[in-house]
Design a protein around this ligand. Sequence first.
Ligand SMILES: O=C(O)CCC(=O)C(=O)O
Ligand SMILES: [Mn+2]
Length: 198
Amino acid sequence: MIFKEPIDIKIPDGKLTFHEGFFDLKESQVLQSRLIETIEWSQDEVIVYGKKHKIPRLNAWYGEEGKAMTYSGLTLEPKPWTEELIQIKQRIEKTTGYTFNSCLLNYYRDGKDGMGWHQDNEKELGKNPVIASITFGETRPFQLKHISNKELKKIDIPLTSGSLLIMAGETQHYWKHQIPKTTRTLNPRLNLTFRKII
Ligand SMILES: O=C(O)CCC(=O)C(=O)O
Ligand SMILES: [Mn+2]
């Protein structure tokens, strides 16, 4: 088993910590299939210029009761924590010292699924939110671009299965991030972002 140490990925105006192999290969495979089975996945719709569109991925929102999240104009009440989510959350909290009360899950079925450029800057996350991102399954590039400094190059972090990426500091103020779509044939990927709704 390979346990890699967490590394700081140095960026101006933000703080990124990447921990590869936070969950080992076997744990990641087990958790991925358990989550696919036990989570109530749905495909949300958003309205753009008056037209309804299905978002290109499945998602789900879990967490503590009363911690509603406004997301693409929808206010979503979380579903109660499942056994696997509590297990994953406790592991992150024990290692990092941060605490979380909710989790947004995304299920990218293949390369046609993705997530466009955005910042996780909803007001219920407060100033400088800490977001812990866990990946199970296919490696997809997680890209970041600075919102105003065009001299800074785009950052590309391959989020491997079992990895943990922590976004903290001013990252959500100054950087957008995305998971690009691709025409390549890809296996499914799950991503879990643990957050703290204030
Ligand atoms: O799938 C990912 O790695 C990113 C997910 C994300 O940005 C989000 O849930 O806000
Ligand atoms: Mn995000």
